[in-house]
Design a protein around this ligand. Structure first.
Ligand SMILES: [Mn+2]
Length: 329
């Protein structure tokens, strides 16, 4: 499946008919969320649109290199908008408790996303769960709008693609992903420049945090489930920031023989944020859904309001069931 041409045309028409447009992405934004949002903003401004770019958590340091990142604000006083474009958010609540009501002030909303969820929203839904990134769908939308592809826009979109594909390594990569990426490079996106910013830009504190997480590594007897944790105390002592937990879970899943990799992050409020990764076999989105979370087949997450040790027991138990179904005996 790819985003339906009808939905793309409807979204393009809605944009053309609108003057004031609010754009929003999910909390704790990643390269796909902000890359998608900013590429739209950069394309819409020259079309004479008044764009308001909302990110409840602002812009993480490593994504400040994105062209247009200075357009991002955390809130707006504007009383109304003609249109809202919500990117990379499976559910509207993902934009955050502050930004949510601001987005709702728009007369119409367009949902542009590649997550697999039940809670789809929006008057127009440009959804494609086969896309590796929202950026690929935004690229199609910009084509439908006949918006010129500048090097800045290409940089934002390419960043979205390499973030969500782990530099074209993940299962979600399709020939379409690579074709879009090739077009973006032709339009001026620089793979080494973007990769250096996104992947080789870890702070000293963030690298030590990775070390602490990996020293907590555990596995089941068969080695198929591997997990690690980050305690709130470690996080505080090292002076790490939230974005620096990003990617840690991929090291956990990267252990030979691991079918499921789990990272438990104890927050200051005591809640446990859980990141789940699998190889092809196990559907971790289903696991996350059991705890009120969601995501993709191979990358999902949920938040638990129980102590760290209990959260580890609960998730590992559910993972064992999922793994035993696939590998009986
Ligand atoms: Mn995404």
């Amino acid at each position: 499946m790819s985003a339906s041409p009808t939905a793309l045309a409807e979204a393009a028409a809605a944009i053309s008919e609108s003057k004031s447009i609010v754009l929003a992405c999910h909390v704790n934004p990643d390269g796909d969320a902000l890359g998608s949002l900013l590429s739209l903003a950069l394309a819409l401004k020259p079309l004479g649109k008044e764009v308001t770019c909302l990110s409840e958590d602002g812009v993480p340091d490593i994504l400040r290199f994105l062209p247009g990142s200075d357009l991002i604000v955390r809130s707006t006083e504007a009383p109304a908008f003609d249109l809202a474009l919500v990117v990379d958010s499976g559910e509207l609540s993902r934009v955050g408790v502050q930004v949510g009501p601001m987005v709702s002030r728009a007369r119409r909303a367009v949902n542009i996303d590649h997550h697999v969820v039940a809670g789809a929203f929006g008057d127009i839904r440009v959804l494609d769960s086969s896309a590796a990134s929202t950026a690929e769908i935004v690229y199609d939308l910009l084509q439908a709008l006949q918006a010129p592809l500048t090097p800045e826009i290409a940089t934002c979109l390419f960043t979205g693609i390499i973030t969500d594909t782990g530099s074209f390594r993940f299962q979600n990569v399709t020939p379409g992903t690579l074709r879009t990426a090739a077009t973006l490079v032709e339009a001026g996106a620089s793979p080494p420049h973007i990769s250096e910013n996104v992947f080789e830009n870890k702070t000293y504190a963030g690298t030590r945090l990775l070390g602490h997480a990996l020293s907590s590594l555990s596995q089941t007897a068969d080695g198929r489930i591997v997990w690690a944790h980050i305690t709130a105390a470690d996080f505080r002592q090292l002076g790490a920031i939230d974005a620096e937990t990003e990617g840690v879970v991929n090291y956990v899943r990267g252990v030979r023989g691991a079918e499921v990799g789990i990272l438990f992050r104890e927050m200051d409020n005591g809640r446990i944020r859980v990141s789940l990764r699998s190889r092809e076999s196990v559907n971790v989105a289903e696991m996350a859904q059991e705890f009120g979370g969601g995501g993709h087949r191979m990358a999902a997450g949920c938040t638990l309001n129980i102590p760290l040790a209990e959260a580890e027991l609960a998730l590992v138990a559910v993972a064992k069931i999922a793994v035993s179904r696939l590998f009986p005996g």
